[in-house]
Design a protein around this ligand. Structure first.
Ligand SMILES: [Zn+2]
Length: 80
């Protein structure tokens, strides 16, 4: 599956007001009030993090570390 990432669908005055998820196309829940450009970017980040958590939960961190350790091990074995 495609890696989910936020797609900005509407920008007003350089401020992100609407965005959706690239993986499922769901609209991300942005606050009703529009803040500064930075605030909007932060709001998008938070909205997307929440969306990921509920719709596309990633593997626990341990799994990532184990996978990394395995890759390193395999690479090392090839060298030997
Ligand atoms: Zn999604």
């Amino acid at each position: 599956m495609k890696k989910p990432e936020p797609i900005v669908t509407r920008v007003i005055d350089n401020r992100i007001t609407d965005a959706e998820c690239s993986a499922c196309g769901e609209t991300l829940e942005m606050p009703d009030t529009v803040g500064s450009r930075q605030e909007q970017e932060l709001a998008l980040e938070i909205a997307f993090a929440k969306h990921l958590q509920s719709k596309h939960p990633t593997k626990p961190r341990e799994d990532v570390n184990q996978a990394a350790a395995r890759i390193v091990r395999e690479a090392t074995q090839k060298l030997g």
